[in-house]
Design a protein around this ligand. Sequence first.
Ligand SMILES: Nc1nc2c(ncn2[C@@H]2O[C@H](COP(=O)(O)OP(=O)(O)OP(=O)(O)O)[C@@H](O)[C@H]2O)c(=O)[nH]1
Length: 394
Amino acid sequence: MKALRAVTSLSSLYLPQAHTFYHHHHHHLLFVRLFSVQPQQRQNDPDDSHHPDPNNSSESVFDSAQFSIPDTSSSSTPQQPTWDVNHRQRVERMFFNNDFHQDKFKEEEERRSRILARALLEAALEGPDEDADHDQEVKEEDQKSLSVGIIGAPNAGKSALTNFMVGTKVAAVSRKTNTTTHEVLGVMTRGDTQICFFDTPGLMFNGRGYLYKDMKVRVESAWSSVNLYDVLMVIFDVHRHLTRPDSRVIRLIKHMGAEANPKQMRILCMNKVDLVEKKKDLLKVTEQFKDLPGYERVFMISGLKGSGVEDLTKYLMEKEIPYGIEHRLVDWKELRDGSLRIEQHLITNKLSQRKILVGKNGSKIGRIGIEANEELRSIFKRDVHLILQVRLKA
Ligand SMILES: Nc1nc2c(ncn2[C@@H]2O[C@H](COP(=O)(O)OP(=O)(O)OP(=O)(O)O)[C@@H](O)[C@H]2O)c(=O)[nH]1
């Protein structure tokens, strides 16, 4: 039974739980290692080309028997964040110069999010401008983008964090107050993934000079659009929280963490840890918010000095794995030699999601499989033969 539970909760392997900063070291090693994993002897099904049905393609299958797990001692140097001014400018042109400043309702927000996704993709795919760098070529099917909404009180450190992540100062003048327009704070490009950070103003400190009616509409519209982000990052000033707690901030943290949202990952960032002298105090704060199931994870960071930011970035980069994937345990049995054989399907609705999960020549499902296999082995303390298959919902 325990085995069954462990396997059915395979999803938790891709979506680490809160408190995982305790296991961070382990996780980091895995992450580094997984990037160097390559299939050993992937068998190409000669029939592949004749099968338009993507569920029959061999690259969508991970079979642990085909992999060897490389040495943990090798590590790679993390890439530096790059700030692609051209992408940002194009996105801004396409996205914000249109008529989005009129506050409309949900359809409008959804339309906006679709347009943004397309704009990001197009910006990434367009040929380089005359003065653009020629360093990257990203094919459409390899391009991934992740939208991250950042919620925090004024002064929580949203800009400082984004600036640190994207590696360049975001023009402070471009930020408006008294508006619920969700502005792009910055776009970070690493390899084939773009992470777009949005400001989400108007959510808590909404009483700045609006007539009540107008304000109410704006606040509602701001809340509904928050649900469109892949990731929601709630950020607060932990130094201030320890010295002068703000009940509105506490309410926001609790509200956002109250319930898990299956369509959105939420993380809590304790910012400005550099100002906290007694690090023990940080644990007190973690303790205070530990019963909030809505947060996948808590990060302790200094957006200004950068501590913890690399972890956060890595964590976000892993989120290219789409949410809402169904896991189906197809078969599991104990073999005579004591090992386990587990077969699991990952089922997605969309071809695009399937592509992301499979990765180039099966690299992503391979990575997931290796990680899952290791975890299962350490849970069961025995050899595990794991077979994963990515399928499209029929
Ligand atoms: N010591 C320290 N100061 C920080 C940190 N992050 C931000 N700050 C400072 O806190 C102040 C507010 O930071 P911002 O990044 O502008 O905050 P914001 O959330 O974007 O604020 P609004 O624009 O009002 O929404 C600035 O003076 C930053 O320098 C941090 O990690 N450590």
